[in-house]
Design a protein around this ligand. Structure first.
Ligand code: SAH
Ligand code: SF4
Length: 382
C-alpha cells in the first residue's frame, strides 16, 4: 500500500518544534544533527516525531555499532520514518585521508572537517598492555590550541575553533570502521591530539559520554584519558562528575618560573593550585594521575629537577612519564640526550616514584608525518 506523504505544513511544524528543542545541535541547514545527541535526547527527538523510544536503540546500533550513517540503509525504520529523518535530521561523518601505515603499526589519520579545517588522530596497535586486536587512538579536541606552550607545534597558530562533540567522536568511530575488517577494536581513547580538551570542556564531555555509552561505542570511562596543560577549574569540574576517567597532567617543569616561561597557562594557575586540583581529583575519583614530562636538554632535565619533582608530587599517587621531545622549530630547545634522560629517570625512581620512558618506535612514520609527539605521548598512557 502506498504511503501517504507528509504534507509540507506537517514537516514545517515538526521542524519548528525540533529547532526549539535542539537549537544547539542543528547543522548548517537547520536540521538536527543526530550525531550530537545523547540517548536521552534522542528519545525526545523521536517522541517529537511520534515514535516510540525503542527507535533510540535502533539508531544507536546503526551509528555506533554497525557504523552505518546513510538513513536509507537503516532498514528497520519504515519508509515514512526514513523520509522524515531525511527532511528533519542529519547524520554527518568526517572525511579522512587514508592513513600512512607504518611498519610499527602506528597510523596517522588526517580528517577534513566540513569547513575545510583539518585535525589529526593516531591509531596505535600492539600496545602490550591492551592485548591482541585492541588498539588505542589519540584524538584531537580543537583545531589549533590557545595555550601557546613553547615546545608544542599544535598551538603555534593559536586556536582556530573548538571541535563539536560529534567531530571528536567521529575520529574514533571512523578509525574503528576502517579497522573493522582487521578484527581490531578501539579499546583506549586518549585526548592527546591537537588542542586542550579542558578548554573545550562541554563538547569534550559530551563526546566522552557518547563514546562511553553502553548501547553505542561502549569504551569504558577507565579507558579514556584526558590530558591537560593545567586548566584548574576544568580539573575541578571533571572531579565533580566523578567519572573514572584517567587524568594526565602535562607538567614539564618543577618551578613556577620555568613553567610560566614555557607554558603560559602556569601564569594563570601556578603549580601549587594545579597540584591542589590534582589532589582533589584523586580524592574524588580515586585514580592514579599521570604526570607527563617532556625532556628538554638543560632546561628541565637536571637531577635537581628530578628531586623537586618527587618532592612536589608527594602525597599524590602518580606515575611520571618522561617524553622525548619531538623537535619543533624553536631557537634554543634541544631534546635531552639518552644519558641525561636515564639519569633523571633513575633519580626519580630511586626516590620512590614510578617513572616510565617509552621506547622510541615508528621512526618511519615520524619522518613521514612529523607528528611523533601524538603517538609517543599517547603510547605512554596505560
Ligand atoms: N593540550 C593537552 C593535550 C594535547 S598535547 C596537553 O597539553 O596536555 C599531548 C602531550 O604532548 C602533552 O603532554 C604535551 O605537552 C606533549 N607535547 C606537546 N608538544 C610536544 C613535542 N613537541 N614533543 C613531545 N611532546 C609534546
Ligand atoms: Fe596546547 Fe597541549 Fe600543545 Fe600546550 S602542549 S599548546 S596545551 S596542545
Amino acid at each position: 500500500m502506498a504511503v501517504r506523504p507528509d504534507t509540507p505544513e506537517f514537516i514545517n511544524n515538526l521542524s519548528a518544534q525540533l529547532r526549539d528543542t535542539f537549537g544547539n545541535f542543528l547543522d548548517s541547514q537547520g536540521k538536527v544533527n543526530l550525531r550530537e545527541l545523547l540517548p536521552e535526547e534522542l528519545e525526545v527527538f523521536f517522541s517529537i516525531l511520534g515514535e516510540s523510544k525503542y527507535r533510540v536503540g535502533q539508531l544507536m546500533r546503526w551509528i555506533y555499532v554497525r557504523r552505518i550513517f546513510a538513513i536509507d540503509e537503516m532498514t528497520d525504520f519504515s519508509a515514512k520514518l526514513r523520509n522524515r529523518l531525511k527532511l528533519l535530521a542529519s547524520i554527518p561523518t568526517l572525511s579522512f585521508t587514508d592513513p600512512k601505515l607504518s611498519l610499527q603499526d602506528t597510523s596517522k589519520f588526517l580528517f577534513t572537517l566540513e569547513d575545510g579545517n583539518m585535525v589529526e588522530s593516531v591509531k596505535m596497535r600492539y600496545l602490550e598492555h591492551l592485548g591482541p586486536g585492541r588498539v588505542a587512538v589519540c584524538i584531537s579536541s580543537q583545531v589549533g590550541c590557545a595555550m601557546g606552550c613553547q615546545f608544542c607545534a599544535s598551538g603555534r597558530a593559536g586556536l582556530v575553533r573548538n571541535l563539536k562533540a560529534w567531530e571528536i567522536v567521529d575520529q574514533a568511530l571512523q578509525i574503528q570502521k576502517k579497522i573493522d575488517d582487521l578484527e581490531e577494536r578501539v579499546a583506549n581513547i586518549v585526548f592527546m591530539g591537537i588542542g586542550e580538551p579542558l578548554h573545550n570542556f562541554d563538547n569534550v564531555l559530551r563526546a566522552v559520554r557518547l563514546l562511553n555509552h553502553g548501547d553505542g561505542f561502549g569504551v569504558g570511562m577507565r579507558h579514556i584519558a584526558i590530558s591537560t596543560s593545567g586548566i584548574v577549574p576544568g580539573i575541578y569540574r571533571l572531579a565533580e562528575l566523578k567519572y573514572p576517567l584517567k587524568l594526565a597532567i602535562s607538567l614539564h617543569a618543577t618551578t613556577d618560573k620555568l613553567r610560566s616561561e614555557i607554558m603560559p597557562v602556569n601564569r594563570r594557575w601556578p603549580l601549587e593550585e594545579l597540584l591542589q586540583a590534582c589532589r582533589t581529583y584523586q580524592q574524588t575519583v580515586g585514580r592514579r594521575i599521570t604526570f607527563e614530562y617532556v625532556m628538554l636538554d638543560h632546561v628541565n632535565d637536571s637531577l635537581e629537577d628530578a628531586e623537586r619533582l618527587v618532592k612536589m608530587l608527594k602525597g599524590i599517587r602518580s606515575l611520571v612519564n618522561l617524553i622525548p621531545w619531538n623537535a619543533v622549530d624553536h631557537p634554543t630547545f634541544k631534546r635531552s640526550n639518552k644519558e641525561r634522560v636515564r639519569q633523571f629517570q633513575e633519580r626519580v625512581q630511586s626516590l620512590g616514584l614510578r617513572c616510565t620512558l617509552r621506547r622510541e618506535k615508528g621512526s618511519d612514520i615520524d619522518a613521514a608525518c612529523g607528528q611523533l609527539r601524538l603517538r609517543r605521548t599517547a603510547n605512554n598512557i596505560e
